[in-house]
Design a protein around this ligand. Structure first.
Ligand code: NAD
Ligand code: UD1
Length: 337
């Protein structure tokens, strides 16, 4: 199949790109490189031993995304491009709606023009908001709190309305839990720009000596050890979910939502202990106040993805930490040469 990956140079995009290339799909990457390095794509070329087209452009630019779709004529788009920092979205909501919502309508217009009927979309578990019950299944009510999470819910609705209006189209909405880790080669991985917002990249930077200690955001939650619990998912499992979603989309129509997580939650302290064991490094930490808007505990019910996509997670926390450390120790400055 011909697959266009928007945001294909980013963290999740680059790992999924490698996975679809290894399955002999024909690929084009569309990215504006605002949050990613072209070096990630060079490494994917080396790892896969395959070439692919790269179209540098912005999804908000209708002419640019239309040119890419008309030139490549994809059968399916995997749509990763967008902004993802929750705190930043509170300060700059319009940027989030422009990139994530407006950008997606431009993409769908370009897909319509080129006759592309299938899309796999990167959504997030944060669309659920505070849990009414755990684990979240896909029927859990949506109550997004930040502009980021609201933008993702809006796009879910837009894709669903597009599928209703065009009954021969398919939308596969993947609600990721917490992606972590790196490819087994340790050549590609997560390389956040600036101050890392998320736990695992922060822990990696403490281990490599870039940060003196980890700030633990609260230890008075109603969880086993008082620290926040999350459902971490290995990036390679997440990449596989995209390949499975592509195969599923080619055989179905309508909108389909899937949680992509393991179903098992880990507390911050459990992650720190696992990372110390996997890396042999000590992770000093200081307990601080809760982070505003933090949910105590999140975990996925991944049964629907297992039943319908045939997908389930293979990697455990030890593998997640080992690969995260492998990438960080092999690339102390990320993709920077
Ligand atoms: P990332 O920032 O590494 O990748 C995003 C990519 O999109 C980058 O290559 C960036 O340059 C590109 N991009 C951004 N805006 C663009 C635009 N307007 N036009 C063209 N390209 C643009 O992020 P990621 O972690 O790989 O996330 C990929 C997707 O998954 C995002 O949509 C994100 O919201 C979603 N998601 C991520 C997580 C996570 O924890 N990483 C969790 C849930 C959902
Ligand atoms: C964050 C985002 C969420 C996004 C997800 C995956 C917020 C409020 N939510 O959620 O939208 O989908 O990342 O990208 O930002 N922690 C620390 N110290 C740190 C960093 C994190 O103690 O320096 C704790 C957090 O309080 C939390 C856990 O570690 O309990 C995981 O945090 P994080 O990686 O930021 O993920 P989420 O909170 O799930």
């Amino acid at each position: 199949m011909k697959i266009l990956l928007t945001g294909g140079a980013g963290y999740i995009g680059s790992h999924s790109l490698l996975k679809v290339l290894q399955s002999d799909h024909e690929v084009m990457v569309f990215d504006n490189f605002s949050k990613a390095s072209p070096e990630a794509l060079e490494r994917v070329k080396r790892l896969s031993n395959k070439n692919f087209e790269v179209h540098e452009g912005d999804i908000r630019d209708r002419a640019s995304i239309t040119d890419a779709c008309m030139a490549f004529r994809p059968d399916i788009v995997i749509h990763f491009a967008g902004l993802k920092a929750v705190g930043e979205s509170v300060e700059q909501p319009l940027s989030y709606y422009e990139h994530n919502v407006f950008g997606t309508t431009q993409l769908l217009r370009a897909m319509e023009k080129s006759g592309c009927k299938n899309i796999v979309f990167s959504s997030t578990a944060t669309v659920y908001g505070s849990p009414q019950y755990l684990p979240y299944d896909e029927k859990h009510p949506l109550a997004p709190e930040s502009p980021y999470a609201k933008s993702k819910m809006m796009v879910e609705h837009i894709i669903s309305d597009w599928n209703i209006a065009n009954p021969d189209t398919t939308g596969v909405i993947l609600r990721y839990f917490n992606p972590v880790g790196a490819h087994e080669s340790h050549e590609i991985g997560e390389d956040p720009q600036g101050y890392p917002n998320n736990l695992m990249p922060f822990v990696q930077q403490v281990a490599i000596g870039k940060r003196p200690f980890l700030h633990i955001h609260g230890n008075d939650y109603d969880t086993g050890d008082g620290t926040g619990v999350r459902d971490y998912i290995h990036i390679d499992d997440l990449a596989q979910a995209h390949l499975d979603a592509v195969n599923f989309a080619s055989k179905s129509t309508g909108t389909h939502h899937f949680n992509i997580g393991t179903g098992r939650g880990y507390s911050v302290l459990e992650v720190v202990t696992a990372f110390e064991a996997a890396s042999g490094k000590s992770i000093p930490n200081k307990i601080g106040p809760r982070r505003a808007g933090n949910i105590a505990e999140m975990a996925a019910d991944p049964q629907k993805a297992k039943t319908i996509l045939g997908w389930s997670a293979r990697y455990d926390m030890d593998a997640m930490c080992k690969s995260a450390w492998g990438f960080q120790s092999q690339n102390p400055n990320g993709y920077e040469k």
